[in-house]
Write a protein that binds this ligand. Structure first.
Ligand code: PRX
Length: 649
């Protein structure tokens, strides 16, 4: 493949607001350019400078050992993630500052100061030790979004156990597969959690997942919903009983910089899930640097990232990054529309949230629920907004800017992946002008490029493969237990270059526009089109809330575009409306991108983290049935109703 054609038109640009230029860590475009030059001239010196902000029990001997594709960062150094997130702050004025502000879905609230969080982490770490868990053991977490999820992650990190969080919405089978692969010695779970106004069970799934398990010796159960659960004698322990009587202090183990911090499973479109391995010193260096630079986190901020700890965003930007820089991080247990579609904005107002980070799928849902919900709230505490997880179409970006940011807050559109550990491409809010729909520029130290299959950079506005050409500290180290799959998945397309599946283009200003997964590229009459742009054009029609575009085989054009479209309230679907949308796409980007077929649907099939599963739509449009793996699917009903539409013609 050489390129993906880009048909996107120009969009407006927004300069960094003056108060950000004046007050943020990277102040003004010149400062950003200088940092980039400094990092390019001496990458190891640059990253060492960033790592020096952490506490090291022993300083490293060598910044980087790079035996492609295997990297070791801060070799010989010893540190501890929990020490950096907690102990370090206890001798400062942050000791009694709120570390975590938590709100349960039913409305219950808890606040942990850094001193309180330190105490709970120490106590739970001592509880884990009582069960014989320590350095090098793997521990599974299957938890609701409660403070104890963060406490468990930090307790594992404190004693050198490697945790693997499995999102609480995954099935018992998915949990079993991941725990078996990681050879977990223990699982930390809860009786359940709250979602959509109801308790959902977790412990029962753990029990089902453990049938036949040979490695899990202990299960720790937090009481959250107080629903009845079966407790297996000798194996299962009540969280409270486990920590009763333990010491209030547990020393943080000095761990090798390359000590495995966590494994996070991410599913590809085929094959078993990949156990992405992140280690200690390099990971925390990047997570904390990006918190300071991208989110401009200050001691006066109340920062809320809405991600669940089951995803990498919940690791790097709910727990480890914000705590490493001593921030106040908000955690919320439930869905955004319980008890009503104003819940997020209510939380923002009540806690005076200053920085808010969420996903395009949530933003599009809010657009669909209507302007009246954000309009009912002040939202005047907000100063910075962020987005992650999918390309954000300019329409949604502008809505977010207007309705949530009141045209005052810069938006950081952050591109990164489970594999990259931390943010890679994003505006710095006091330095880089934003353009709606663009993740803008790579962070200093990140050598991102758009290339063809031979690794040559493509020209301005030509689409290609988004790659990273130099190792970075937060990068995954391997896939757990499978170095060969690591090499072939990420490093084999282009020599010594990281490529993890996204297409992109750079505009004349060097800005990156992510065009979605290259697997999703459609070839119409010899034109390779990124589906994200066609979707974006559809969503720019006032009636359209969400759209997913895929290619199906076509005798004439090779592939033809099929658009699945969700309309906002008050709009009627029908053939005429389909024609109107086609005309709209033609006007926005040209006739080549006009869908051959438009299907209206109330909901699109999505993963549990909110990404549209185009693979399933492709199957439906091509073969009318779905045979592929649907274990990560959030809502089977959405898929079934689409399949039925096809049956009905
Ligand atoms: O396709 C890109 C998309 O999400 C993928 C990574 O997903 P995951 O590993 O689940 O991590 C999500 C949180 C980091 C990427 O390969 N993606 C993520 N952020 C963006 C994005 N696409 C466009 N713009 C973004 N800001």
């Amino acid at each position: 493949m050489s390129e993906i054609e880009s048909l996107q038109k120009d969009v407006p640009s927004f300069d960094p607001p003056e108060e950000f230029v004046a007050g943020s860590a990277v102040s003004g475009r010149a400062a950003y350019d200088e940092l980039c030059q400094r990092a390019a001239a001496d990458p190891e010196g640059f990253w060492a400078w960033q790592a020096e902000r952490l506490h090291w029990f022993r300083k490293w001997d060598k910044v980087l050992k790079w035996t492609p594709p295997f990297a070791q960062w801060f070799v010989g150094g010893q540190t501890n993630v929990a020490y950096n997130c907690l102990d370090r702050h206890l001798t400062t004025s942050r000791k009694d500052k709120a570390a975590i502000i938590w709100e349960g879905e039913p409305g219950d609230q808890r606040v942990y100061t850094y001193a309180m969080l330190h105490l709970e982490v120490c106590r739970f770490a001592n509880g884990l030790k009582k069960l014989g868990i320590g350095r090098g053991d793997r521990v599974g977490l299957y938890m609701p979004m409660v403070p104890e999820a963060a406490i468990a992650m930090l307790a594992c990190a404190r004693i050198g156990a490697t945790h693997s969080v499995v999102f609480g919405g995954f099935s018992a089978d998915a949990l079993r597969e991941r725990m078996n692969d990681a050879k977990a010695k223990a699982i930390i779970t809860a009786d359940g959690g709250y979602r959509k106004g109801k308790p959902f069970p977790l412990k029962a799934q753990v029990d089902a997942s453990l049938e036949g398990s040979t490695t899990v010796e202990s299960v720790i159960v937090l009481r959250r919903t107080n629903e009845a659960v079966d407790m297996v004698a000798g194996r299962d322990h009540d969280w409270d009983d486990l920590v009763a009587g333990v010491s209030d202090y547990c020393p943080a183990e000095p761990l090798d910089s390359e000590h495995p911090l966590f494994i996070l499973y991410t599913s590809g479109s085929t094959g078993k899930p990949k156990g992405v391995l992140h280690t200690t010193g390099g990971y925390l260096t990047q997570a904390s640097m990006t918190c300071r630079w991208v989110f401009d986190l200050k001691d006066t901020d109340t920062y809320w990232c809405t991600a669940d700890v089951g995803w990498v965003t919940g690791h790097s930007y709910v727990v480890f990054g914000p705590l490493a820089v001593g921030a106040t991080t908000v955690m919320y247990e439930g869905v955004p529309n319980y008890p009503d579609a104003g819940r997020f904005w209510d939380i923002v107002d009540r806690h005076r949230v200053t920085i808010f980070y969420t996903a395009p799928t949530a933003i599009r849902a809010f657009m669909k629920w209507g302007d009246e919900w954000p309009a009912k709230h002040k939202l005047d505490s907000l100063r910075l907004l962020g987005t992650v997880g999918e390309p954000i179409n300019p329409e949604a970006w502008l809505w977010y800017h207007r309705m949530i940011g009141h045209e005052r807050c810069p938006i950081v559109d952050t591109w990164w992946q489970t594999e990259t550990g931390g943010i890679m491409i994003s505006p710095l809010p006091g330095a880089v002008a934003t353009k709606p729909g663009s993740a803008t520029l790579p962070l200093p130290g990140i050598d991102a490029a758009v290339v063809d299959r031979d690794g040559n950079e493509v020209g301005a506005d030509e689409g290609g493969l988004l790659v990273i050409r130099k190792p970075w500290p937060g990068m995954l180290r391997t896939l757990w237990g499978d170095d060969e799959r690591y090499r072939s998945t990420y490093w084999s397309d282009i020599e010594n270059t990281y490529f993890a599946g996204d297409g992109a283009r750079r505009d004349a200003d060097g800005y990156f526009w992510i065009m979605g997964r290259v697997d999703d590229v459609v070839n119409v009459s010899g034109h390779r089109l990124g589906t994200a742009e066609v979707e974006s054009a559809l969503v720019s029609h006032p009636a359209v809330v969400e759209a997913a575009v895929i290619g199906r085989p076509d005798d004439l054009t090779g592939q033809a575009l099929v658009a699945f479209v969700t309309l906002g309230p008050g709009f009627e679907s029908g053939p005429e409306f389909g024609q109107e949308l086609c005309a709209h796409v033609t006007k926005e980007i040209g006739a080549i991108a006009k869908p051959a077929e438009i299907r209206f649907t109330d909901a699109l099939p999505k993963t549990r983290s909110g990404k549209i599963m185009r693979r399933l739509l492709r199957e439906i449009a091509t073969s009318r049935t779905v045979k592929g793996d649907t274990t990560t699917l959030e809502d089977q009903a959405a898929l079934d109703s689409l399949a039925k539409q096809y049956d009905d013609g």
